[in-house]
Design a protein around this ligand. Structure first.
Ligand code: CA
Length: 220
């Protein structure tokens, strides 16, 4: 027995999936198609999808937002846990990647719950704030360009209701956050945000060693 998080071997990873809820067929197909994509590493892990679906249900969320849609897997994980009248705003800048997403959302019967906004996410978030939507969202998932993570975090936090949750992906940056000499701004930006969130008294926080590291911050 270990009280440290175990290294996830391929076999243990498979076991994790085997004892997790069954992935809907359409999500399995999308994951298989995206695995052949040249930027396949941008897709979340299936176990992250399960966590997202679980959290959205737990929050009884009606309004959600995601920053970074890619081919649409995380949006499906969110949207399938929303009630019929709920809605997800999906932010991305790439119409080619998100055309795949839209096809799968249709196939899953969830397209009417997802509002895709093709624009820089910082602009979309500001438009929502200017429209008076602060405090009205239940869940936010941030998984896009790391240099803008702090802006996304601040604007998502403003959009969330008290008790709402922001989930941030890739907080380990493949372990590169450990290198104090990292010159890659995408690593430094995430490391700065990690340090900031730790002492941010606007939220309750925990960090999960899930995939490439996930931070959960619950708005007080
Ligand atoms: Ca990611």
């Amino acid at each position: 027995m270990s009280n440290q998080t175990l290294p996830l071997t391929d076999e243990l990873h498979q076991y994790l999936l085997d004892i997790s809820p069954q992935e809907p067929d359409v999500m399995r197909q999308l994951r298989a198609e995206t695995a052949r994509h040249p930027k396949s590493e941008m897709q979340i892990a299936p176990e992250q999808g399960h966590v997202i679906t679980f959290l959205v249900r737990l929050l009884d969320a009606r309004k959600a937002i995601e920053i970074g849609t890619f081919t649409g897997y995380s949006a499906l994980a969110i949207a399938r846990a929303l009630p019929e009248k709920g809605g997800l705003i999906a932010c991305d800048v790439n119409e080619e990647y998100t055309s795949t997403a839209e096809a799968y959302w249709q196939e899953a019967g969830l397209a009417d719950r997802i509002d895709l906004r093709i624009a820089p996410a910082s602009e979309t978030l500001q438009i929502l704030l200017d429209a008076g939507e602060q405090g009205s969202f239940d869940f936010a998932f941030i998984d896009a360009d790391k240099e803008s993570y702090d802006t996304y975090y601040e604007r998502c936090l403003a959009l969330l209701r008290p008790g709402g949750l922001v989930m941030i992906d890739n907080v380990f940056r493949d372990g590169r956050v450990l290198d104090p000499d990292a010159h890659d701004e995408s690593v430094r930006a995430v490391a700065r945000l990690n340090a900031k969130i730790r002492s941010d008294d606007r939220v309750h926080v925990c960090v999960l060693p899930l995939a490439d590291g996930v931070t959960l911050a619950c708005k007080r």
